[in-house]
Design a protein around this ligand. Structure first.
Ligand code: HEM
Length: 127
């Protein structure tokens, strides 16, 4: 019988997610379009994002174990997310993929596509 790996495994598991998230948030906090939204502790959001992405990619459901249903659209409603901000978020992520050497993994195309879809759904303001 053929075995199927999760994207989480395919991409290199916890170590890869750690590298990616560590590369991502310093960019977000330095981005003039995104930084006004990020007033919380960078270590807290890194921790949550590592847990979320692990689960999102088919790894253990550690985000929900602590925080309940992901409900990402709902959790983002307090923040004004414009199309420009979604674009900037994805641009930071693209650079983080490169820094974490993820862009050399063929499965990263699938991962990035899913992030694009979720980012588009997060848009809640057209100012
Ligand atoms: C589209 C542009 C996006 C913007 C501007 C944005 C912005 C934010 C902000 C301001 C927070 C709260 C930070 C804090 O608590 O200090 C947050 C939390 C979070 N975001 Fe986003 N986000 C975006 C897209 C995404 C996407 C695409 C994902 C996942 C694929 C994601 C996953 C998360 C997670 C897991 C949290 C933590 C939720 C929690 O409090 O438990 N975000 N985001």
């Amino acid at each position: 019988m053929q075995e199927f790996k999760t994207l989480f495994e395919e991409l290199g598991g916890t170590e890869t997610i750690e590298k990616l998230v560590e590369a991502f948030y310093p960019r977000v906090y330095a981005d003039p379009v995104l930084s006004p939204l990020f007033e919380g502790d960078i270590e807290d959001i890194k921790r949550k994002q590592k847990m979320f992405l692990t689960q999102f990619l088919g790894g253990p459901p550690i985000y929900s174990q602590e925080f309940g249903p992901p409900a990402m659209k709902q959790r983002h409603l307090p923040f004004e997310i414009t199309p420009l901000r979604a674009q900037s978020w994805l641009a930071c992520m693209k650079e983080a993929f490169q820094e974490a050497d993820l862009d050399e993994n063929p499965a990263s195309v699938l991962f990035y596509d899913r992030l694009k879809q979720v980012a588009a759904i997060m848009v809640n303001s057209y100012e």
